[in-house]
Design a protein around this ligand. Structure first.
Ligand code: GTR
Length: 410
């Protein structure tokens, strides 16, 4: 929360949203085929050009290496693997350490929740055998858990409440997660040791164009590389990988889900500004404030809209629509006003016409629902009581939503 932001619903403004179902040449999108072949690529390109930035078109050779296995993880209910996803370019080695949990009882390939984490794999689980990340980390946790921008033993399990692993495993899902700082450290110079320096022709001396990728795009790139690994693992049902992200990592999950249609379902948890909340609503975090506080997250062009969000060529209902016809779940929290929970609902609501082209019902309600009353069919939504966080309540809804779409019977 920032006192200078607007939190008064009567002052959010009333700017019309950019057209969803009209192509740039005026063609009306009357069916799913025009959407898929013409309108969707246009919108994807607009998000790449003006919001998140474009990836360089180079493919890196990537190798996978099993680092450790714990056959009796989570009290014996799961097998836990650590896999290194390695790629080298411009003399930079990118190594994404993926922690993968597979239910021990699984007889067939399992559906997976994949998401990056904020504090390292060792922070997601108390298991003392998981490697502690040696990558740069923000000093925001507490003074014992992160010292001089490096995680300590003290931070084991620190983020565990956001990842109720036992519950997810019990419901028949596997879990895959990695530290987002493995891909790029989250500060303005972080790119110099991350994938953006590895993949840009100029390496660490690269000068980025205004439509070149920012850190959110880099983190999205990492999510797709984790999926590259998952599709090779026979214990995983690669057709049923759900992507999840909280907050800034929710923004990255949405962008990765838009770019990479192999992800079967996307969960946005409190993704807020630059994620699923409508940019044209002046409520909570603004384009200006996100660009000023986190200048490395978005592409250079996004800064052009600091003073005039209403001129942004896209808005976030179109980001939601890029997930269609795949199921999308939008989780928000009542006290997370900075993220504009109503603006997050309205992005889903205004994406419904694209789901309808595929014959898929969306939220199933016309009005913003009351707290703790989840709604939705192919677009799920809830407004939970409480703060900006991921809770067991949130996970219970994600598991119910994904079980229904993945046809899992409990
Ligand atoms: C905030 C930022 C939000 C959100 C959040 C987070 O400071 O303003 O957009 O991304 O960080 O990632 O926790």
């Amino acid at each position: 929360m920032n006192e200078s932001a607007n939190y008064d619903e009567s002052k959010v403004g009333n700017h019309p949203l950019p057209e969803l179902l009209q192509c740039e040449d005026g063609t009306e999108v009357l069916d799913s085929s025009i959407w898929t072949t013409k309108r969707r690529p246009e919108i994807l390109d607009l998000f790449a050009t003006y919001v998140y930035g474009k990836f360089p078109l180079v493919q890196l050779p990537i190798t996978f290496e099993e680092i450790s296995v714990n056959q009796a993880a989570l009290g014996g209910s799961a097998i836990r693997h650590e896999i290194a996803i390695n790629c080298v370019a411009n003399d930079k080695k990118i190594r994404i350490n993926l922690a993968l949990y597979i239910p021990k009882s699984a007889l067939t390939p399992v559906p997976i929740f994949l998401g990056s984490n904020f504090n390292g794999n060792h922070a997601v689980d108390q298991d003392g055998s998981i490697s502690i990340t040696t990558q740069w980390m923000r000093n925001t946790v507490d003074e014992k858990s992160v010292v001089n921008n490096r995680a300590t033993e003290f931070s084991r399990g620190f983020e565990a409440t956001r990842w109720p692993l036992e519950l997810i495993i019990e419901k028949g899902f596997g879990v895959a997660t990695f530290y987002y700082g493995d891909v790029e450290a989250d500060h303005p110079d972080g790119w110099k040791n991350g994938v953006r320096a590895a993949l840009s022709p100029g390496g660490e001396s690269s000068e980025f164009e205004d439509d070149d990728w920012g850190a959110i795009s880099a983190w999205s790139w990492g999510l797709s590389r984790a999926l590259d690994y998952l599709v090779t693992n026979p214990a995983v049902d690669s057709e049923r990988v759900a992507l999840i992200g909280h907050s800034r990592l929710g923004k990255a999950a949405l962008w990765a889900g838009a770019l990479d249609e192999r992800f079967a379902l996307v969960v946005s948890n409190n993704s807020g500004a630059g994620g699923i909340s409508l940019a044209r609503r002046d409520f909570g975090e603004s384009i200006r404030s996100i660009n000023e506080n986190f200048p490395h997250w978005f592409c250079g062009n996004y800064k052009r809209f600091n003073a005039s969000p209403e001129t942004l060529p896209v808005d976030m209902h179109q980001l939601a629509a890029l997930i269609a016809p795949r199921p999308l779940y939008i989780a928000t929290a009542q006290e997370d006003v900075w993220a504009d929970p109503k603006g997050e609902f309205l992005a889903g609501k205004n994406a419904e016409p694209v789901y309808a082209l595929f014959g898929k019902p969306g939220l199933g309600v016309a009005q913003w629902p009351p707290v703790n009353q989840p709604v939705g069919e192919f677009i799920g939504y809830h407004l939970r009581t409480g703060k900006h966080d991921v809770t067991t309540y949130d996970w219970q809804q994600f598991l119910r939503f994904a079980s229904r779409h993945f046809r899992i019977t409990q």
